[in-house]
Design a protein around this ligand. Structure first.
Ligand SMILES: NC(=O)c1ccc[n+]([C@@H]2O[C@H](COP(=O)([O-])OP(=O)(O)OC[C@H]3O[C@@H](n4cnc5c(N)ncnc54)[C@H](OP(=O)(O)O)[C@@H]3O)[C@@H](O)[C@H]2O)c1
Length: 287
C-alpha cells in the first residue's frame, strides 16, 4: 500500500475526510460503520475541523476514537484538526485547542492546521503553535489553503519552518498546484494533504471526471473504479496524503484500498490528455 511520511510517521497515503461526519442530520450509525471499514482496510489518518458541523465532526471523531476496533490504540490513529482563522488570535488559540481536545476525547492532536490564512498574523500562529507542541497538546502544526507565496511568508517568520504539512484542494480536474506548489513542497520536505480528491464541491470538475474516457479506460485496465484511479493519481508522488470523505462503508473500503493501485506511465499520460498539467500559474483553488 502506498504510504506517506508525515510528522515523522509512515502512514497509508489514503485517509478519511470528516466534513459532514457526525452532523445532526446524518446517519451516524452508518458513518461509524464506514469508519470501522476504513480502519479495517488500513486507513489511519482522520481529517476533521472545528468548522465542520460547528464541532459535531470533532465530537464524532471523538466517538470514533473511543470505539476503535479491537487491537487498535489511539496512537495508531493520526488525527488532523483545524482551527478557524477567527480563532487564531493571541487569546483564543489555546482555549480553542482545549475545546477541540475535549470534543475529541484525547489529550493530543497529531497535526493541528490553520484552516485558511485570512488576515492571521503568521508569526503569532507559528510561535503559539510551537508553544502548544512544547506543551504536548499538539504534536505538530501546519496550514491549509496556502499557496507558494503564503508558504514563503510563513517560512520567513520565526518557527515558520516547523510547519509540518499544507492541506490544499487537489484532484485530477483541479490540479493548478501541479504548476509550482507540489514541487515547492517536495523541495521543502513538506507533505501535501489533498482535500476533495474526488472532486466534491467543484461541479465542473466533477462532471469532467465522471465523463473522462481516460479515467474510465485506466479503471477498466486495472479492474478498479474511477474513484480508485482518482485517488491513486492524487497520491502518486509519495509526498501526498489524500483524504476522501464517505459515509458509505463499501466506498470507504474501496477508497482505502486504492492505495494498492499503482498507476504506470501510460496511465498517467492518458490522464494528462484529459486533464492537462498546468503550463502557467493558476490561482489557488479553494472550497
Ligand atoms: N482544508 C479545507 O479547507 C478542506 C476543504 C474541503 C474538504 N476538506 C477535507 O477533505 C475531505 C474530503 O473532501 P470532500 O468531502 O470535499 O470531497 P471528496 O472526498 O472529494 O468527495 C466526497 C464525495 O464523494 C463521494 N464518494 C466518496 N467515495 C466514493 C466512492 N468510492 N464512490 C463513489 N462516490 C464516493 C461521497 O459520497 P458517499 O458518502 O455517498 O460515498 C461524497 O459525496 C473532507 O471531508 C474534509 O475532511 C478540507
Amino acid at each position: 500500500m502506498q504510504t506517506v511520511q508525515i510528522c515523522g510517521k509512515t502512514i497509508p497515503a489514503i485517509g478519511m475526510g470528516m466534513w459532514s461526519m457526525g452532523s445532526a442530520w446524518s446517519n451516524r450509525d452508518q458513518q461509524m460503520q464506514a469508519m470501522r471499514a476504513g480502519f479495517a482496510a488500513g486507513g489511519r489518518a482522520i481529517d476533521t475541523a472545528e468548522m465542520y458541523g460547528d464541532g459535531d465532526s470533532e465530537r464524532f471523531t471523538g466517538q470514533t476514537l473511543a470505539h476503535l476496533p479491537a487491537g487498535m490504540a489511539r496512537s495508531d490513529v493520526f488525527v488532523i484538526d483545524k482551527i478557524l482563522p477567527s480563532h487564531a488570535t493571541a487569546d483564543r488559540i489555546r482555549p480553542t485547542v482545549l475545546t477541540a481536545l475535549k470534543r475529541l476525547g484525547t489529550d493530543y492532536i497529531d497535526l493541528y492546521l490553520l484552516h485558511w490564512r485570512a488576515s492571521v498574523d503568521l508569526a503569532l500562529w507559528a510561535r503559539t503553535a510551537h508553544d502548544l507542541v512544547q506543551e504536548g497538546l499538539i504534536h505538530h502544526w501546519g496550514v491549509s489553503n496556502f499557496d507558494v507565496s503564503d508558504l514563503e511568508d510563513l517560512f520567513a517568520v520565526p518557527y515558520g519552518t516547523e510547519c509540518a504539512a499544507n492541506e490544499d484542494l487537489y484532484n485530477v480536474a483541479t490540479r493548478g498546484i501541479d504548476y509550482d506548489l507540489v514541487e515547492w513542497q517536495k523541495a521543502h520536505h513538506l507533505p501535501l494533504i489533498a482535500y476533495s480528491p474526488l472532486g466534491s464541491g467543484g461541479a465542473a470538475g466533477l462532471s469532467a471526471m465522471r465523463s473522462s474516457s481516460a479515467l474510465q479506460h485506466v479503471a477498466r485496465k486495472h479492474n478498479a473504479s474511477v474513484q480508485q484511479v482518482e485517488l491513486a493519481w492524487a497520491i502518486r508522488d509519495g509526498n501526498t496524503l489524500a483524504i476522501p470523505q464517505t459515509s458509505n462503508p463499501v466506498h470507504m473500503t474501496s477508497n482505502i484500498n486504492a492505495g494498492n493501485l499503482q498507476l504506470d506511465s501510460e496511465d498517467l499520460a492518458l490522464i494528462d490528455r484529459d486533464f492537462p498539467r498546468p503550463t502557467s500559474k493558476v490561482p489557488l483553488a479553494k472550497i
